[in-house]
Design a protein around this ligand. Structure first.
Ligand code: OOG
Ligand code: MG
Length: 285
């Protein structure tokens, strides 16, 4: 305990430590990690589908440091040839906040390797303990590099669609603190977009449901997302300034789920329904 407290005080300035576990007297060689080390650990966990300990068990990191770790882990994906395809918001509904015990809006990056085709298949072996949630997606027609108001969305987005998001926390037991989940790119691991509709489609008060093997396992309402899912675009545009990134033309934004996420497994047929926007389907093999 004393050793752990001591380590926490020194955060990233550590070389190599020995930690003796008083319960079973085992000795761990524990490399105290820099932000780059933590980014590598999370990236490898995602890449190899192997869970890791929560960062917050040994390091106290700030929200800003967590976003830097996220950026560094995404850089590793980009170096392997992946491309940014958009952004996602998390914890934009009470249902999600309550499910995960985390109470602040977060954002993460999406890449082309996370994109699955509507009606296509998803390999369970690529994930650790995946969950799925129905979402609403937006397509961006004009670069967003500053905060925009709700009345300006029509100038920046041209499409809206139902979507499914696959989240797969890299942390053991899908447990994390706010900083942990931000560093882990908000558990992003897959997304499927349904047919695009015009951005002028009214998306308030729509029924949203998730079916696994034809059985409804979750249902919610689009207004659960920040009172109006369009607010998610306002939020992500505010973050662009705060964290210094831009949303490019052609990229997508996931608004965040209106319902808790559900575990799935091999053989499952997953279907999302968003009233007016239609259905999205994926099969797990
Ligand atoms: C974090 C991601 C949250 C959402 O839609 O709220 C999220 C998680 O629950 O693992 O994607
Ligand atoms: Mg989500």
């Amino acid at each position: 305990m004393i050793i752990i407290t001591f380590i926490r005080l020194y955060k990233f300035n550590w070389k190599k430590c020995l930690i003796i576990n008083p319960l079973n007297k085992t000795v761990f060689h524990y490399m105290i990690q820099s932000q780059n080390d933590l980014a590598r650990i999370l990236d490898e966990a995602a890449h190899t589908a192997k869970e890791v300990e929560q960062i917050s068990k040994l390091h106290q990191i700030s929200i800003d440091e967590a976003y830097s770790i996220q950026a560094a882990s995404i850089d590793r994906r980009l170096k392997r040839g992946e491309k940014i395809t958009g952004f996602k918001l998390g914890f934009t509904s009470k249902a999600k906040m309550e499910q995960m015990g985390v109470h602040d809006i977060i954002w993460g990056r999406l890449t082309d390797s996370m994109n699955y085709t509507d009606g296509g298949i998803l390999h369970r072996s690529k994930f650790i303990h995946p969950r799925v949630e129905p979402e609403i997606a937006f397509s961006i027609k004009k670069r967003i590099d500053k905060p925009i108001s709700i009345s300006k969305i029509i100038d920046y987005a041209d499409g809206v669609a139902g979507a499914l998001e696959v989240i797969d926390s890299r942390y053991k037991n899908f447990k994390f603190s706010l900083e942990d989940v931000i560093a882990d790119n908000c558990s992003s691991s897959g997304y499927v977009i349904g047919p695009w509709m015009d951005i002028s489609t009214a998306i308030g008060n729509l029924n949203i449901s998730l079916l696994i093997n034809d059985k409804e396992v979750q249902s919610g309402n689009s207004n659960a997302i920040l009172g109006n899912p369009l607010e998610s675009l306002v939020e992500i545009s505010r973050m662009t300034q705060k964290y210094g990134f831009v949303i490019e033309t052609g990229q997508v934004v996931l608004a965040g789920a209106a319902t808790p996420a559900v575990y799935f497994d091999i053989g499952d047929r997953i279907e999302g329904h968003v009233e007016k926007l239609g259905s999205i389907m994926i099969k797990v093999v």
